[in-house]
Design a protein around this ligand. Structure first.
Ligand code: CA
Length: 680
């Protein structure tokens, strides 16, 4: 003890405890207290040397548009929860000079101001095997917190109040608390929070913010009644205020795209008088709606409830490829992914920059945290080699041992890292240029834009027409603008002949533009005589509707996840009984004489009795109809009216008639992709 005090005094170290946005530093006592054993401060000293740059890092090739009016204290955070398990697995991290260096120093040197760490109560089975995901208990968080503090960053403590992952899909109670009633559980949660924060404080960790749960959309710690959720949050918040009075308290939700969900949650927090400062949101652009919607939702919370707001988790893929032999949540093949940015290092940086820009220009917006840029592969040789490390050190998302606690998820799908392609370090631990974004957003780095990726192209050709491949494709520039550039397709005349001969079929072809690879989907189709056949013009014309029942909603909708193909479809919904009764049709004139077929698709539900059919009229007289049905979401019914004989000069009307005798609970549906083809 005595020796420690001498070192401490001579080194003139600073003590840092729990701090909010204002840094609190204390100098140590100048004289040894009379009874050092009892009255010495509990905090261990950490020699703090902030390496967070206060100037622009020059020389980067990364294009970064400056975020205007970014506050000096804006939180630029990185979740680095898995780092210790990664290091135990043999991962080494490097700086931009190629030297091995503490990854926390590298993060701070590139502008990261806060490190976020998840905390599980007891992520170990009865034999002491870790569940994985970094095996993040309180002691790991303390160790990470110390390293973050040392380089001038603050810690965001993410209490899951579970023994393993908590998210909107699961909020499992820690095993040790499973038989407790709500009063006992609140007491236990208070004590756990207090102990954890006291341990951090004793370790000299600079705690900037504390989360009361992780993505607690509808539950927390096994409780789903809001009164109980509120009670637990109050208990956690009380501990935070007592131990870390200067730290911010955050409530963290996911799914901002759910209409009114955040407002509803905040209203209940207010009603139950839950003490918190920040309403934080996850924002994964693949799943969580548009950035404009996010901003609207957060603005609403800030205005209505006076809370600070932020993005607590975001990320973007720098590659579609997996690097650790364990599948990723996002890949080039992911369904329904709207890629506003290419999966490149620059695309990753652009996306992060725009999320920062959005939050910075949201009322009371205080920060953005990335999840989690340091979680990379533990080996580059084989699944077997990596699997051994995931099991031993918990460096994968879940080990097989996690199944003892969470049999339905970890127990079935345990494995490696599912976000290694969204890291900001490459598979060998070297930083990607995108890591510079945290510094460069403050200053801008508008280097000459150049082509970064080629946007995928899709074209359809009539089997009886001409295959004319486009001579240009859209290049996505580093500035995220689109410009046409010349392309050379890897297609021979013989390939073209085979496409004509192959009938109705789809081909993937590749090419090269600006030294980058280009991809194109070529669909060989029978000529479709309908215009705006998939509603992709975004308007009704030249379709027409006859609304016989006065439906509440009947319009062209832009929603990729509800479309059969493309982004648009015809949408209908009505809550009133018997009000869904309409026809959607298009007239076609000047068809060549011949035999035709008409095809269309529908899905929907809640319809009661239905009378739905597609039909063809010739000069106003019905020439054929085929019954259709709606059953449930995502189950498309595709039907065809065949053998329609058309003579020269006749007007053909094709359409779908929908009548639902709903029980008053709202028939709804979607119509898409109409085809009027010559029959062979
Ligand atoms: Ca992976």
């Amino acid at each position: 003890m005595k020796k420690g005090w001498i070192i401490l005094l001579t080194a003139a170290m600073m003590l840092i405890g729990c701090t909010g946005n204002t840094e609190v530093t204390q100098t140590v006592p100048t004289a040894e207290p009379a009874n050092a054993e009892q009255t010495a401060p509990t905090a261990e000293p950490i020699e703090v040397e902030s390496v967070i740059p206060t100037e622009k890092i020059e020389g980067s090739s990364l294009y970064v548009k400056k975020v205007e009016d970014l506050p000096d204290d804006f939180i630029l955070g990185m979740d680095a929860s898995a780092v210790i398990a990664e290091e135990q697995s043999g991962v080494k991290y490097y700086n931009f000079a190629g030297e091995e260096q503490d990854v926390f120093k590298t993060l701070a040197e590139n502008g990261v101001t806060h490190i976020r760490v998840r905390v599980w109560n007891h992520p170990y089975d009865a034999e002491g095997h870790g569940y994985g995901g970094g095996n993040n208990d309180v002691l790991k968080a303390v160790e990470i917190g110390k390293r973050a503090t040392r380089y001038g960053m603050r810690l965001i403590v993410d209490f899951h109040y579970s023994d393993f992952w908590a998210d909107p899909g699961k909020q499992m109670v820690p095993l040790a608390w499973k038989d407790m009633n709500i009063r006992e559980k609140a007491d236990a949660l208070y004590a756990f929070t207090k102990d954890a924060l006291l341990t951090m404080k004793a370790g000299g960790v600079a705690v900037g913010m504390v989360q009361l749960g992780n993505e607690t959309n509808g539950a927390l710690c096994g409780e789903s009644h809001f009164e109980n959720i509120a009670r637990l949050m109050q208990a956690g918040g009380k501990a935070v205020r007592e131990v870390c009075p200067d730290a911010l308290i955050a409530v963290h939700l996911a799914n901002p795209e759910r209409d009114g969900a955040y407002d509803g949650f905040a209203k209940k927090l207010e009603a139950f008088e839950v003490d918190y400062d920040v309403l934080a949101s996850s924002y994964y652009p693949y799943w969580h709606g548009t950035i404009e919607n996010l901003q609207n939702v957060l603005n609403g919370i800030a205005e209505k409830y006076g809370k600070k707001v932020m993005v607590m988790e975001t990320s973007y893929a720098y590659t579609g490829a997996d690097t650790d032999f364990s599948g990723n949540t996002i890949s080039d093949e992911s369904a329904n992914i709207v890629k506003d940015y290419p999966f490149t290092v620059q695309g990753q940086a652009n996306n992060v920059r725009n999320v920062i820009d959005t939050v910075a220009h949201t009322k009371n917006g205080i920060g953005v945290v990335y999840w989690e840029g340091t979680w990379i592969t533990v080996g580059t040789s084989s699944w077997e080699e990596n699997h051994e490390k995931w099991e031993k050190y918990g460096s994968g998302w879940a080990s097989s041992y996690g199944g003892s606690y969470d049999p339905n998820d970890a127990g079935k799908y345990y494995g490696g890292c599912a976000v290694d392609n969204q890291a900001m370090f490459d598979p060998t631990g070297h930083p990607l240029e995108s890591l510079r974004v945290w510094n460069l957003v403050r200053y801008g780095n508008e280097v000459e834009p150049k082509a970064d990726a080629i946007r995928d192209t899709a074209m359809s050709f009539d089997l009886k027409g001409t295959i004319a491949l486009p001579e240009t494709v859209d290049a996505i520039l580093t500035s995220n603008e689109l410009v046409p550039v010349p392309v050379k397709w890897n297609v021979t005349d013989a390939d073209i002949e085979r496409m004509y001969a192959g009938g109705v079929k789809t081909y993937e072809i590749t090419g090269e533009a600006e030294g980058l690879s280009a991809r194109m989907t070529v669909s060989m189709i029978n000529f479709n005589y309908l215009r705006n056949f998939g509603f992709e013009d975004g308007v009704l014309d030249p379709w027409q509707t006859e609304d016989r029942g006065g439906a509440d909603q009947l319009y062209i909708e832009n929603k990729i996840t509800d479309s059969l193909n493309g982004a648009y479809h015809m949408h209908f919904w009505s809550a009133k009984k018997d009000s869904v009764d309409f026809s959607l049709f298009q007239e076609v004139k000047d068809l060549e004489a011949g035999t035709y077929s008409f095809t269309i698709s529908i899905m929907g539900g809640d319809a009661g009795d239905t009378e739905i059919y597609c039909y063809v009229l010739i000069d106003g007289v019905e020439a054929g109809r085929t019954p259709m049905r709606i059953t449930s979401y995502g189950n498309w019914d595709t039907q065809t009216v065949r053998d329609v004989e058309v003579k020269e000069g006749q007007t053909v009307t094709v359409g779908i008639s929908v009548k639902c005798s709903g029980a008053g609970n709202g028939a709804w549906g979607k119509i898409d992709d109409a085809l009027l083809n010559r029959q062979e």
